[in-house]
Design a protein. Sequence first.
Length: 128
Amino acid sequence: MTRIKRGYIARRRRTKIRLFASSFRGAHSRLTRTITQQKIRALVSAHRDRDKQKRNFRRLWITRINAVIREGGVSYSYSKLINDLYKRQLLLNRKILAQIAISNRNCLYMISNEIRKEVDWKEYTGII
């Protein structure tokens, strides 16, 4: 049988993988087999950490809201604020509330005071 030379397709595939791993250090950017392993590992980590990032940001927003709310009134907390928001059926997510807490604390105090007045008034009159 005659000798068959391999085409350019495998080389093109390896070049594409090397471009992905060009910022890696040592053999992780030079050896093809190691590059493929590191690429798989990098993509798995990126996928996992996207979910972790969402969790971390939610925790950060909750902490910021709770810190500002507790400054205003000693007996009021984050959980009571969220509960009152749900009772009042206001659609403010934690990200927006945290931005309001950082940029304009007085606005968050006003929101929480209005919610508390409305909820207390409804509970007092027996509407709920």
